[in-house]
Design a protein around this ligand. Structure first.
Ligand code: NZQ
Ligand code: ZN
Length: 393
């Protein structure tokens, strides 16, 4: 096991009607002048924003709003948010939405007190010194941004989709998590969220670090539980307990718990970010395409954890089978799970076109350098092969 620091200071306020506590929470964490950040309209339509406004007003908190943050958030809206926050002397940011809204809010939090360009934090030119505090009212379990110190923003000029990780200063102060708020999600978004949270665990689970049985067992239990509840939700989307299990899992998948003591991989995410940057598809849908292709490639070079995953998570009986057979059956079962959710595992089908793989690889190389990941370190040629495998997967 590697040395590690596990710092997860976010206060998670979980359950029915918890959005009514937003004003009290903002006040307790020192917010007096708030900017609410929201997405394309779902939180308005559901009445959630009205409830959040009422809660802030009841607590005597001044607020302004930045609306319309789109999926795969872009730098232009971050510049706008920074300007609005500065002009109104905002001291606290409140994200009401999913990963896209939260990540844009985090980028504003990084930029408000910084004299230079906020993008400096994304391209490695600066490290944050003074970050505005933020809180979250979560509406979709997926990205895990409510508990992570990460933010993913796309720079429109060049379509650079970059993920940063500042765990010591960018984790939300609180996250309000009411599973009932997720019942208005279209099934496709629920499925994409499930795919994303599972992948946050794979990125940590597929590791060469040994002596991490406890962390692995936690990861396997969460993966199995998410898959079971996903199938329940497919039949009964309003099942509260299944919604709750999946929502809590999305946080635990990405707040660091499943990576304690391990060297992490993150190849599937890097491969996918190029797809959602260039084709503007949902991140989770891109992962359903990339993960099986990635897994089939690494299983040939380093089957150990793929075998463990196939047996302990996908339920493949190992008796009388070779390692490669177990891997193949595990990957087939995983693809079958994505198909049951209604997601494609073919890049061609996902993008609806003939993707320019050379462009994806060039862009990946520009953003990530010559090698990706650690479970099986991937050259850019390997990445090209994985993209090719994903075309018809
Ligand atoms: O914009 P609105 O109208 O709210 O609609 C959203 C959006 O269209 C809709 N939605 C959200 N909650 C809803 C709802 N519709 C009905 N009812 C509700 N309760 O769902 C759509 C997707 O929302 P989005 O925020 O984009 O989803 P997600 O949480 O999956 O976030 C995706 C973004 O997060 C990044 C991804 O790359 C992508 O940009 N990631 C962020 C990470 C992090 N910060 O730690 C890690 C992840 O790996 C990921 O890369
Ligand atoms: Zn993700």
């Amino acid at each position: 096991m590697e040395n590690f620091t596990f710092y997860s200071p976010t206060e998670f306020v979980f359950g029915r009607d918890t959005q009514a506590r937003t004003g009290e929470l903002v006040a307790r964490f020192g917010g007096r002048r708030v900017m609410i950040v929201s997405g394309g309209g779902s939180a308005e339509r559901s009445g959630l924003l009205a409830q959040v406004r009422a809660a802030l007003t009841e607590s005597g908190i001044f607020f302004i709003e930045q609306k319309g943050i789109a999926p795969n958030p872009t730098d232009d809206r971050v510049y706008e948010g920074i300007r609005m926050a500065r002009e109104n002397n905002i001291d606290f940011l409140l994200a009401v939405g999913g990963g896209s809204v939260i990540d844009s809010t985090k980028a504003v939090a990084l930029g408000v007190n910084y004299e230079g360009d906020f993008w400096d934090f994304y391209c490695g030119k600066a490290t944050p010194a003074s970050v505005l505090p933020l809180g979250v009212v979560l509406t979709i379990p997926a990205a895990g941004s409510e508990g992570s110190g990460n933010s993913v923003i796309t720079k429109l000029d060049g379509k650079h989709k970059i993920s940063v990780r500042y765990p010591m200063c960018l984790r939300p102060r609180f996250a309000v998590m009411n599973p009932e708020l997720t019942m208005s999600l279209p099934w496709f978004q629920t499925a994409c969220g499930i795919t994303d949270m599972l992948c946050h665990i794979y990125e940590r689970y597929f590791s060469n670090t040994t002596g991490t049985d406890l962390t692995d067992s936690i990861a396997e239990a969460i993966m199995r539980d998410v898959m079971e509840n996903a199938l329940i939700l497919k039949e009964t989307p309003d099942d509260y307990d299944a919604r709750a299990a999946v929502m809590w899992a999305s946080t635990l998948a990405h707040n660091g718990l499943c990576g304690c003591g391990k060297v992490e991989d993150w190849s599937s995410h890097a491969l996918e970010h190029e797809i959602s940057a260039w084709h503007n598809v949902a991140h989770g849908a891109g992962l359903a395409v990339m993960v099986p292709a990635w897994m089939s490639f690494v299983a040939e070079k380093n089957p150990r954890k793929v075998v463990q995953f196939a047996v302990n998570v996908m339920g493949i009986a190992p008796e009388g089978k070779t390692e490669q057979e177990i891997c193949r059956l595990g990957i087939e079962a995983l693809k079958g799970f994505y198909h049951t959710l209604g997601l494609t595992t073919s890049l061609r089908e996902l993008t609806g076109c003939e993707p320019d793989i050379d462009l994806l690889v060039r862009s990946l190389q520009g953003n990530k350098g010559e090698t990706l990941g650690s479970y099986v370190p991937l050259s850019m040629n390997d990445c090209k092969e994985i993209y090719q495998r994903s075309l018809i997967n």
